[in-house]
Design a protein around this ligand. Sequence first.
Ligand code: HSE
Length: 318
Amino acid sequence: MKRVVVQAPCSTSNLGPGFDVFGLALDILHDIAEVEVLDENRVLLKIEGVEAQRIPTNPQRNSAGRAALEFMKRHGSAGVKIKLLKGVPPGSGLGSTGTSAAATVVAMNYLFETELSNRDLVEIAAQGEIAAAGAPHADNVAPSIFGGLTIISSYNPLRVTSFPPPRNLVFSIALPKGIRKTTRKARAVLPKNVELSKTIRNLGSSSLVLAGLLLSNPRLLGEGMMGDVIVEPKRIPLYPGCLEAKSAAIDAGATGATLSGAGPTIIAAVDPESVDPREVANAMREAFITQGIECEGYVGRPTEGAKVIDRDSMISRE
Ligand code: HSE
């Protein structure tokens, strides 16, 4: 086996109060990594697709490149040539860097027949996130690898619990164009210490998020997503239009809305029995447009994790 092509889904993390803990794979966008074995001991990276020009191709500064280097270091594998086809815009809050790292490590596991568990692949891919965020957070790579809902309950040692994609849950998503952040900056505004009363509030809200996800109950989920009193209040002022879009989602009938990951995308939980999720997405889109910001609206559902979509025993292409 010399070459493999893997597709990985984007993800939303935090879901409001579950900072660096909750992750959910979404079916709206994905990255594709074509990975070939090299005779040399290095990583070559080529990037195409959405906003590719904004993404560094130096492997040390790229999440996929860094994850590949970590894989080589841990498992003594040969180097690889990675061709990334980006579908997930970088800096959007949909786990773009994690999606690329996830696709890369799943491909390398396959190519080198290392038979690593998903948990071990998450640990390697999370090292790639240092390139983007300055910290090896795993809440985006985990859902892109496992699919469905993932919970990072400990970072040291890494503990990941996964659940299949929750059924019958629908989200409206607004991805503003032209506003992009670096996760590093969005983490720099966060408090170093948190009062006990706020921790209790976030814990209660996270419990509702989890109940909502596991019971496929959009009311509980939405209520929980609105209850982050630690992270989102510091971040939402960073992005023009996000507060207005969030309010527009609630006014249009969403059960809750919050920044997706470190933003600026807004994700809203919707009960499709009482409101059309497309209307909620449109309401958010219009709120952004009113603020002079172009925006793409989506309706998304939880989905499966990274998968091999093509494999070759011969390198037949450049
Ligand atoms: N949990 C991380 C954060 C995700 O909110 O900073 C970043 O994509």
